[in-house]
Design a protein around this ligand. Structure first.
Ligand code: ZN
Ligand code: ZN
Ligand code: FE
Length: 744
């Protein structure tokens, strides 16, 4: 006989770990106990050597799907003569972050019960268990107990209570446990907020509306969605008009994989993302949906149902539905019924809600396979708030406020970084309010008290101003980190890279050290600092922000840089003679025409030059459409030249002027960018590269860079768990504090 004492750390609380151990211990006839501690799970087991080996093996192999064991420590002790295996009372105190978990898609067992007429939860929209259901969006404070969630107002019925106390079942300590007798129920409202129906009638009412081509505002896990028939062009158009969203693609929810396969051919990798417990929106090649779902694009954002309510709705509909965030353009996602009436009442024909509160907003996450790697483009529901691990230990507790667009903030302590849910573009007052509210909320939840504040170098970012004010009020030191350095650091940090790398940070816009707009950067980087090794030759953004919306202005600017105003070749960019005159003059005088080195703008300029897109109806559209055209059949590239400090695009643009085929042009251009990275990497002489910035969401580009460089022995790191875009900046800002002094 032997006795083992086992300490487990990681995601081991609130995911059904204790009932799982209880089950295998009883199975094997092993005595002992298990309990939650302040830092994980502690268990002791007693039995003969062979049985204990089997126990450990099964522990590893069969552990609950949502659990993750980060560390395991085993001590051998003298036998204590345990009888049965028991679950003991939890220890109090300690690290409060440990049981803070993400919201998780309905599990297979719950789904089976949902559609089983003999089950007491048959067709019940709020069923859940320790393997699935809401977490992050219902918890008010820690520890994660029912009384500390928005389920506190529901009193469990005797049956639910029995399940809750039964250590052998999957609802043991399932905090949101509920059934039709005692749990939340559906309520259907008119767009003015009048109650129309409840429970099954509410569901039926919404279904009838959707079948008739209507728009339904549906309360989800972290906020509202707006739904309509994704095959009905009229409904989708109407939704676009009412929501004020011109061209940005809508996500589409499919009933199941079978339905999805009628509209797309996902790869095995994409299927495992689509069906993962996180259930993100996955960007895949699609077909056959209403054209206005994703105008001009072959790629669609697809996802599968992740709440019982989604399953119930979609089971009754003969078509997939557009399921886009319930907000007005540029605003945060709507969270409760009153807000829905106020903000979505003019868009939706009815509002399907329920009487459980959403404690905090959490948008859908977005994932895309980029360069062969599943890459999170928006890290939110399903992933947040699990911490990311740093390669080194932080000396201080760090609050990093992130960037301006696609904002997230981050809290770092020890080796952990808690990245916030997606906040959004800090362009509206509402989003700025939600930023502050979410920041204090997460600090409070984690009991986090920052010792240093980090922000972007940009003097006019809302986040910079906020950080300056906050640091001043609290008397904390403030560190400002250059935007593209933060991009590179976030890629280094999430890949556990230490030492020095060549960072390739390509994006739309970031504030440069010299006050100009950067965005096509090659930075020799470590955690302590960077050297701007090379960058794209600068060009003027005619009209500043207007050039961001009108890539045709960038195309014109590039040509003006090459030919000058007098020798400008005849071109078609959709400008009248008068506009051409005014724009050329602004360019010549440098009036509201700042210099930039942005790779993102360059891509958009090329897109305009090729006649793909002159005007963006959403951020980066021209570049996305260019990416969509890539054809791997074309292997060649354009000439380019790499100088001491700059990479010159002039030979590329000259060659592009001769190009007649936009598909070949787009492909050759992206191939050229990959060749440029290779040339610069060879000159820099560092073996490791980190690719970051919004441009590195471009799948063919990243694939081409990776193929080309790995063949030459370089090691190419890209993003996976953290967005390459500005949603990842806050992690990079935290990582900056890992290096006090740079060796560069
Ligand atoms: Zn479940
Ligand atoms: Zn009940
Ligand atoms: Fe950026």
């Amino acid at each position: 006989m032997k006795r083992l004492r086992i300490f487990l750390e990681g995601t081991v609380q609130g995911v059904g770990f204790r009932p799982f151990l209880y089950r295998i211990a009883r199975d094997l006839g092993v005595g002992g106990y298990v309990k939650n501690t302040a830092s994980g799970v502690l268990l002791e087991v007693e039995g003969d050597e062979e049985t204990l080996d089997l126990f450990l093996l099964r522990l590893e192999r069969e552990k609950p799907p949502l659990s993750r064991i980060r560390s395991r420590r085993i001590e051998e002790l003298d036998p204590a003569g345990f009888g049965d295996f028991r679950i003991e009372r939890s220890e109090e105190g300690g690290d409060r972050g440990i049981s803070l978990l993400p919201d998780t898609a309905t599990c297979g067992e719950c789904l089976r019960e949902l559609f089983d007429p003999g089950d007491r939860r048959f067709l019940y929209p709020f069923t859940n268990c320790t393997l699935c259901g809401p977490r992050f969006t219902i918890v008010r404070r820690l520890p994660y107990d029912r009384a500390n969630t928005t389920m506190d107002v529901f009193r469990m019925c005797p049956d639910c209570d029995r399940e809750y106390r039964d250590p052998s079942g999957r609802r043991f300590h399932a905090q949101p446990n509920a059934c039709p007798l005692c749990g939340p129920r559906l309520i259907l409202y008119s767009s003015e907020g009048k109650v129309l129906a409840e429970e099954r009638e509410a569901l039926r009412g919404s279904l009838e509306l959707l079948l008739k081509g209507g728009i339904v505002a549906l309360k989800g896990i972290g906020g509202f969605h707006l739904l309509c028939n994704a095959l009905d062009e009229g409904s989708v158009r109407r939704l676009r008009e009412l929501k004020g969203r011109e061209g940005k693609p809508f996500a589409v929810m499919f009933r199941d994989l079978t339905q999805l396969r009628r509209f797309a051919d996902p790869t095995q990798e994409e299927i495992s993302l689509l069906t993962s417990p996180q259930r993100p929106i996955v960007l895949i090649r699609g077909r056959g949906l209403a054209p206005s779902v994703a105008p001009r694009l072959r790629r669609i954002g697809a996802f599968l149902p992740y709440t019982p309510l989604h399953h119930l709705l979609l089971a009754e509909l003969p078509f997939p539905v557009v399921a886009t965030s319930g907000n007005l353009s540029g605003e945060p996602i709507v969270r409760d019924e009153e807000e829905a009436v106020l903000r979505l009442g003019s868009v939706a024909d009815c509002i399907l809600g329920y009487n459980r509160k959403i404690e905090r907003r959490c948008d859908d996450s977005v994932v895309k396979v980029v360069g062969g790697v599943p890459t999170v483009l928006r890290r939110s529901r399903g992933y947040v708030p699990l911490p990311l691990e740093l390669p080194l230990t932080l000396k201080r507790r760090v609050l990093a406020v992130g960037a301006h667009l696609k904002n997230t903030f981050a809290l770092g302590r020890g080796r952990e970084v808690f990245l916030s849910q997606h906040i959004g573009d800090m362009e509206t007052l509402r989003t700025c309010e939600v930023f502050e509210e979410s920041l204090f909320d997460l600090m409070e939840l984690l009991g986090f008290d920052p010792e240093v504040v980090v922000c972007d170098l940009h003097p006019r970012y809302e986040t910079t101003r906020w950080a300056e004010e906050f640091a001043r009020r609290r008397g904390l030191p403030l560190i400002k980190v250059q935007h593209h350095h933060a991009h590179v650091l976030s890629c280094m940090a999430e890949n556990g890279v230490r030492g020095r790398v060549l960072g390739v940070a390509w994006d739309g816009t970031g504030y440069g050290e010299d006050g100009t707009v950067w965005g096509g950067e090659f930075l020799l980087s470590d955690y302590g600092g960077y050297v701007r090794f090379k960058h794209f030759r600068e060009f003027r953004l005619i009209g500043g922000e207007r050039a961001v919306r009108e890539p045709a202005r960038v195309a014109l600017s590039l040509l003006l840089h090459i030919f000058g105003r007098e020798k400008l070749p005849p071109l078609n960019l959709g400008f009248s003679d008068r506009e051409l005159d005014l724009l050329s003059e602004a360019w010549e005088k440098g009036l509201n025409a700042p210099l930039c080195s942005s790779a993102g703008r360059l891509l958009e300029g090329v897109s305009a030059l090729l006649g793909i897109r002159w005007r963006n109806s959403y951020e980066g559209e021209a570049a996305v459409l260019l990416e969509d055209l890539y054809d791997p059949a074309f292997k060649d590239h354009y000439p380019f030249s790499v100088g001491d400090a700059t990479v010159d695009w002039e030979p590329v643009i000259l060659a592009l002027l001769e190009e007649r085929d936009p598909v070949r042009g787009a492909t050759r251009f992206l191939n050229t960018l990959a060749k440029i990275v290779l040339a610069v990497a060879e000159e820099a002489g560092l073996e490791r590269l980190c690719l970051s910035g919004g441009v590195m969401q471009n799948d063919p580009l990243v694939t081409a860079i990776r193929d080309l460089l790995e063949e030459r022995g370089f090691r190419v790191y890209t993003h996976r768990h953290v967005p390459p875009n500005d949603g990842g900046i806050s992690l990079g800002q935290v990582a900056r504090t890992l290096g006090e002094d740079s060796e560069l």
